[in-house]
Structure formats: C-alpha cells, structure tokens
Write a protein that binds this ligand. Structure first.
Ligand SMILES: [Zn+2]
Ligand SMILES: [Zn+2]
Length: 245
C-alpha cells in the first residue's frame, strides 16, 4: 500500500498546504480519503491517471474535506470517459449537493461514471483490493451530523485514518490501542497538543503521522521534539509526503 498526502492542512488553506486529502494506492487501483485538496490539479501535475481512482471516501461533509475534489469529479463526469468513481458521503444533504452541482454543470449527464452515495454506521467497502470500514466519531455530533474514522486494509497492511475528532479525543476509537496498525494518521486541529501527545501513548503501530494540524507554529515543534518518547515513528505530515507500507 502507498499513501500520498495531497493535502495536510486543517480547515483553512495554508501557503504550503492544501486542505485534507490522501491518495491510497493498492496495486493498479487508487482511492481517495477526503477531497479537500484540488485533487484533479494535483493528479494531472503528477501524471497520475484519473482512471486509476476507483472510489472517494469522505469522512464528513466539511468544505476542507470535499470541496477541492468537485472539479475532478465533474471532469470524470463529462470528459474522462474511461474513468469511473464511486463517491461515498455520510449525509444526504452532501450527496444531494454534489449531485446537484454535477447536474447543474452537465444537465444531461446520467452520472453513471460518478456514482455519489450516502453511507452510514456499519459501512464497509470491499472492492478493487481494498477493505475499508467506517467508525463513527463525534466531530459534528453537536450539530446532529455524522463523521467517521476509517480502517483500511490491503496487501496485508492496515491503516487507521482518524478523520476529524472531538476536542477531547474521546471519540478516538480504542482499536488504535487494541489492534496492530502499520500506519495511524491522526488529526490535530481540534484538541490541545497535550491531549494529543497523551493519546498517542500506547498506540499499537509502526508509524504514527499527525495531520490536519492547527495551530502549526505551536504544534509542529512539539510533535518533533516528542517523537523520541514513543516506540513508533512519530512525525507530522507535509503535502506530497509518500509512505509505502
Ligand atoms: Zn477538517
Ligand atoms: Zn471538520
């Protein structure tokens, strides 16, 4: 499995960071987790064929996790006729908004190559060499809205992607302590750095990468200096970073 960080910023665009998106490669297939970065532009500049992307999994319908991929989806809808993608969004309002935008741009489209669907608790995906399951979080529970972490498995490797969490990390799934992961990617925009550093203790992983960091000037040096205190490789993510595991 290969993970590429297309965007590592928090809710705002930073000079050196796009908003949240990662690309997962499994053999010839690829998958996006969140689409906050300008996915189409980045893939074209990398010479990465749209045809390889089989699915996009949106952790929650906040702009920094979905708005950047809309042009990519629209291009598949009307131009890249050999590409085809399933898009999974955890809210009907988000599904309807994306479908409405694609249809407004191309009113006669059947949307047969961009299949936008709602998912919810218990969701799992098992196609194209990837097994992925969703775990509910409480990032948006105050608004009565869903959000999810993901566990992705492929090629005998296992990834945990936290999505956005609550401000006390009480919704961080305990499977990061109970199950073994090759890589854990955890956000750090919504909780104090001490809460994050404490939650990292006991994580059962070879590598832990911190993503979606805010405020960066405070947290980046703290993460770098704390890395020696953990038995796994701890680092923060930058746009363009690639991890093969
Ligand atoms: Zn976010
Ligand atoms: Zn969010």
């Amino acid at each position: 499995m290969k993970l590429t960080f297309l965007g590592t910023s928090h809710g705002l665009i930073e000079p050196e960071r796009h908003c949240s998106s990662i690309l997962l490669e499994v053999g010839d297939c690829a998958f996006l987790i969140d689409g906050g970065a300008p996915v189409g532009d980045i893939l074209v500049r990398r010479g990465f064929p749209f045809e390889r992307v089989k699915a996009l999994f949106n952790t929650h319908f906040h702009d920094d996790h979905i708005f950047g991929c809309l042009h990519f989806l629209s291009l598949i809808n009307w131009y890249y006729k050999s590409a085809s993608v399933d898009v999974f969004i955890p809210e009907a309002a988000g599904v309807n908004a994306v479908i409405g935008l694609l249809r407004a741009a191309e009113p006669f489209s059947e949307l047969d190559r961009v299949r936008v669907r709602e998912y919810g608790d218990g969701f799992s995906y098992d196609e194209n060499g990837l097994s992925l399951r969703a775990i509910r979080t409480r990032h948006l529970s105050w608004a009565g809205r869903p959000s999810y972490s993901f566990v992705a498995e492929a090629e005998g490797r296992k990834l945990f992607f936290s999505g956005d969490l609550s401000d006390d990390l009480s919704d961080l799934s305990d499977i990061v302590y109970r199950e073994r992961f090759d890589l854990i990617v955890i956000e750090s925009a919504h909780q104090p750095i001490e809460t994050l550093l404490s939650a990292l203790r006991g994580m059962n992983a070879d590598r832990v990468t911190v993503n979606h960091i805010c405020p960066q000037e405070e947290k980046l040096p703290r993460i770098a200096s704390a890395a020696k205190d953990y038995p796994f490789e701890l680092r923060s993510a930058n746009d363009g970073d690639e991890i093969v595991f």
